[in-house]
Design a protein around this ligand. Structure first.
Ligand code: HEC
Length: 151
């Protein structure tokens, strides 16, 4: 009898621990938008999208991976032969980017994920440390977009 009940307690503990770690994994801290900050479509279309199609030495272009993989950052594929997105595709991308671009928040993954760890970015990105420093103009464009700069 005693043995049975302590088994039940142990099993319950394991279940609780499993649920706790699961909910922790799912509730990765969602950055909160800063009051009054908003993302500008025209800045996104004319300044940010070119960052995704530009080749950086030693790296693959963002568009190559992020139209295909399942990362939270997703872009619509370019039409065959096209080097830029159409107006309609740009609008779709602008919706999609909002998963990783939180208005007014430097916690936005689009800002810290592709940035070198030494420069304040994340330790690992499947696409490499595309920006070695915060002085990189392309990285500054991403930051300006997140911080609400208008075209
Ligand atoms: C070689 C393929 C590849 C390239 C090129 C690439 N990425 Fe990624 N990226 C990944 C993979 C794989 C993940 C998911 C795993 C991870 O978090 O690294 C990812 C994840 C991300 C995320 C999501 C982070 C999160 O978890 O919310 C962002 C943002 C991101 N990449 C931005 C970029 C930007 C910006 C560029 C171009 C400057 C770029 N990536 C280029 C492969 C790539």
């Amino acid at each position: 009898m005693r043995r049975a009940s302590s088994f039940v307690v142990a099993a319950a503990c394991i279940a609780v621990a499993a649920v706790a770690s699961l909910s922790q994994a799912q509730s990765a801290p969602a950055p909160t938008p800063a009051a009054g900050a908003s993302l500008d479509y025209n800045f996104f279309k004319t300044r940010v999208q070119p960052v995704f199609t530009t080749k950086r030495a030693g790296h693959t272009r963002c568009v190559v991976c992020h139209t295909q993989n399942n990362a939270p950052f997703h872009l619509v594929p370019l039409s065959p032969g096209a080097t830029a997105w159409t107006e309609e595709q740009s609008h779709q991308n602008f919706q999609l980017i909002q998963k990783v671009a939180i208005p007014g928040s430097m916690e936005s993954p689009i800002v810290h994920h592709p940035l070198a760890q030494e420069a304040g970015g994340d330790p690992h990105h499947g696409g490499g440390q595309q920006f070695e420093s915060q002085n990189d103009p392309a990285w500054q464009t991403l930051r300006a977009f997140v911080m609400g700069q208008k075209a």
